[in-house]
Design a protein around this ligand. Sequence first.
Ligand code: SAM
Length: 612
Amino acid sequence: MQPVCEKRRSPSWVVRSSCVQLSCGMSATPIREKACLYFAYGSNLLTARLRIGCPSAVKVDIAQLKDFRLDFNYFSRRWQGAAATIVGDRNSRVWGIVWKISQDDLAHLDEQEGVKKAIYRRFRVEVRNGSSFYSCWTYQLVRPLEDDRRPSTVYKSVIISGALENELPEDYVAQLRSISDNGYDGPVEEFFTEDHWGKVPEDWRQFLEAAEVDTVRNVIANSLIERSEDPNWNMEMPETLANFFVTCGNSSLPRNAVANLRDVDEIFSEVQPTEDNWICGTQLMTVSGGCRRHVKPKKQHEISRMAKVVSVVAKTTHSSVTDLGSGLGHLARILCNEYSLDVLGIEEQPRFTEQARIFDLESQSLGKEGEVSKLPEHVTFSVKPWTSGRSMLKEVGKENLRSTLCGLHTCGDLGPAVLRMFAETQEIVGLCSVACCYMKLSATGDFVGFPMCKRLSSENFSLSYEAKELACHALESFVNGKLVSGYERLKIHCYRAMLEKLLIQHDGQLKRIGVRGVKNAHLMDFSEYAHCAILKLDTINAEELNQLIHLNSDWLDAAAKNWKRVLLFYLLRLCIAPVIETVLLLDRMMFLFEQGDDLSKFFLRNHLIPRH
Ligand SMILES: C[S@@+](CC[C@H](N)C(=O)[O-])C[C@H]1O[C@@H](n2cnc3c(N)ncnc32)[C@H](O)[C@@H]1O
């Protein structure tokens, strides 16, 4: 039976605080103060998924929200694709579930959806099923719609599972199925369910089984990172595997740090090389004074190096600097403060622009007494990938500004947009761009972020979402970082994949349901890990898990013993990442070359390196 107070047959409502009250004269069951209604339309359609964070959730009804459409936007790291949202649309409706949840769970949902961080906003909607009306809370993404709004395959499948579980109308489920996704099906969890190891050639498997992880690590470090001319591996390795490593190394741009920037100075000969113009290898660079506040050491290192390059280019070209996607303005601030450049930061998120201005004032107040440091200018403006450089500068009130464009971590299409502006706009005389989030590059539509060059475009060359996502991973950080500092910790990936197999065996709909992260899993046996990991799931209890463990005990023992297979497989996979990133960067270089000699002669051949 539905609680009367939450279901009504007249659309006139009075909503008081977060609870729904009837405005008509019907006598209503008193509202249980702590409960409220929540309309879910995304992954929280699936009971198991919702109950991870909202154990109190009880289904009230299915319902439709009129004048909205289901859409996706804003890349979610958790789901590796765009997250679900609703967008006002008079010709559409969104089906979902009305859940009754406690206020505590509502607060938890707020946290999960990033309401405080202004990622989603929570607001009230009226939804109905036939003659039943409900006033519910729901969530909507705050960000402007992006071009690539595809959800991942795995996220879409959770939404469809939820729709099927709750018997949403068939035509709506068909509509969900037709949504184009980005093909991402999760990397680690599927190791056993998709038999990844079985896909590795047999002689490679035999070699990898017998080799130590350290040995394989060294081979990769030698051939792909250090690029030894004669990698004296001192071991019998299948020739095809050795060729794989060497080919990955030869087909990718160098992965080691730039030792110095003398070449920049040679090309722009007006600036003489001095100690100050160098950027030394991998030595951690930090930022001084007020610019240092709120910036983590890794970020300080990045912006210090970037600022040096940008300053050489801007001073040589006698231009001011326009920082696209300037975020909190850390780079802009150091360019002003330490290099006395005129800097304009352009950022689409108003809250970042506001915060950047606050940080500017803070850094100024921390400067030396009596010294007034220069401050950047920040404007809020969303650069559309097809916007011309000239119209962008005009719109932000900087018509005819002679400037060097820079972008640190220009995600998705912003990277290609920056390149195109540089190529097409005379006033933009320099460019320093470090890209990120390649998986967000558009492949179709009004703007294509990859491929950019005519050659690849004419061949309809494309990269899968998974390939572009893989290109964002830094092989060298893994090989010289996690693999060196105690790779035993990575055993958790094997455990996670083992648990995935059990969960799917228990209920096919629990694919990638999202279990709890477990600290120090490598010190536990699988059973201990699995019990910790399912603690908040109510789709499987400890007893059911024990039964599954018992039934699969032989398989689990063997899988746990071979946990290094998971690690080695992903290490092999990671070797391809630099090759894909090289393809992405060479496409950009080809695009610039296609624009004519003027651009190609300035290209810093030795400095086209990953994300540099
Ligand atoms: C990865 S962050 C980098 C921020 C900053 N450059 C840094 O390195 O700290 C990318 C920034 O670009 C902004 N951005 C993304 N697309 C944009 C667009 N089309 N126009 C303006 N800003 C954009 C985002 O809001 C975000 O602040």
